[in-house]
Design a protein around this ligand. Structure first.
Ligand code: CP
Ligand code: NVA
Length: 338
């Protein structure tokens, strides 16, 4: 049967079949080609979207704005302080107001339940632009990038290293289970993903041929990896006081050249970005100054990844960043429908 996603929300990849995910990836590839060839693709003229951000963003915001405009739509941005939502108006009421004016709603915030409420009451497609629990639009960009570099997803040995119970760790594990990949979460035990989500992913894996492995052993977790992926050690919304504790837990899980040498020779390094790999950020330089003495791994502001790896031939991080736009465009086109 043909895939039809019109009217659907995009809140977690758990809601989508492997065929539906493949459909969105194929559409992303086609839209990317259109863009490169200079073919106009204003399939959604006379439509309008609103993008709600309770947390900061560079890639996700710009991908929705440029993607929306490329499709011919009007785009309204509402930032952390720009709307009544959660202050004088509930999420449920906001959903019913915005749904009367817009053809689609993007939300980035804290609670997964907020994006679910928007999705339940808006009456138009709602897209999850990141919550504390999930970041599903990022996964489509990552999978498109892997297809471009490795040719396929099924059977890829994929290792996520770092805070494996954050929004990226959770969403990558779901996405890998759906697409028949061999997923490893490499993290200290305190940062392992929630067992109920692991059980859910294992059940999906039985259907797709994926495997799920959780380990705290760096050697075991990176041997034969096709892809090594990491993310920040402290996510948006967490208090800055957790930094030192997290560095203590994760210093030996920093992605460096030794780790890459343990993987396949042509291993690809990925990161959703933003990344701490030098002292050219406020946080990176602050941590280097305060904690570099006690934790030599972070003395140059290199936290989850060294600058050497970030800038190496293995790194495809800017391909991933660009692919945010092509994949978000595909999600909007598929769910709004032309
Ligand atoms: N990767 C990602 O979501 O980046 P932003 O926080 O800049 O949107
Ligand atoms: N885990 C990170 C992802 C950023 C795209 C965060 O939530 O801050």
């Amino acid at each position: 049967m043909a895939v039809n996603l019109r009217g659907r929300n995009f809140i977690t990849l758990l809601d989508f079949s492997p065929e539906e995910i493949k459909y969105m990836l194929d559409l992303s590839r086609d839209l990317k080609r259109d863009k490169y060839l200079g073919h106009e693709h204003k399939h959604l003229t006379n439509k309008n979207i609103v993008i709600l951000f309770a947390k900061d963003s560079t890639r996700t915001r710009c991908a929705f704005e440029v993607g929306g405009m490329d499709l011919g739509m009007g785009v309204t941005y509402l930032g952390p302080n720009g709307s009544q939502m959660n202050k004088k108006e509930s999420v449920m009421d906001t959903a019913r107001v915005l749904g009367r004016m817009y053809d689609g709603i993007e939300f980035r915030g804290y609670k997964q339940s907020d994006v679910e409420t928007l999705g339940e009451y808006a009456g138009v497609p709602v897209w999850n632009g990141l919550t504390d629990l999930y970041h599903p639009t990022q996964i489509l960009a990552d999978w498109l990038t892997i297809i471009e570099h490795k040719g396929h997803l099924k059977g890829i040995n994929f290792t996520f290293v770092g805070d494996a119970r954050n929004n990226m760790g959770n969403s990558l594990m779901i996405g890998a289970a759906k697409m028949g990949m061999n997923f490893t979460a490499l993290a200290p035990k305190e940062l392992w993903p929630d067992q109920s989500l692991v059980d859910t992913c294992n059940a999906i894996a039985l259907e797709t041929g994926a495997t799920i492995r959780i380990t705290d052993d760096v050697k075991e977790g990176t041997t034969n990896a096709d892809v090594i992926y990491t993310d920040v050690w402290v996510s948006m919304g967490e208090p800055k006081e957790v930094w030192e504790k997290r560095i203590k837990m994760l210093a030996s899980y920093q992605v460096n050249m030794d780790m890459l040498r343990n993987a396949k020779e042509d291993v690809t390094f990925m990161h959703c970005l933003p990344a701490f790999h030098d002292v050219k950020t406020d946080v990176g330089s602050d941590i280097a100054a305060k904690l570099g003495k006690d934790y030599p791994a972070v003395k140059n502001g290199e936290l989850e990844v060294t600058d050497e790896v970030f800038e190496s031939k293995h790194s495809v991080v800017f391909d991933e960043a660009e692919n945010r736009m092509h994949t978000i465009k595909a999600i909007m086109l598929a769910t709004i429908g032309s």
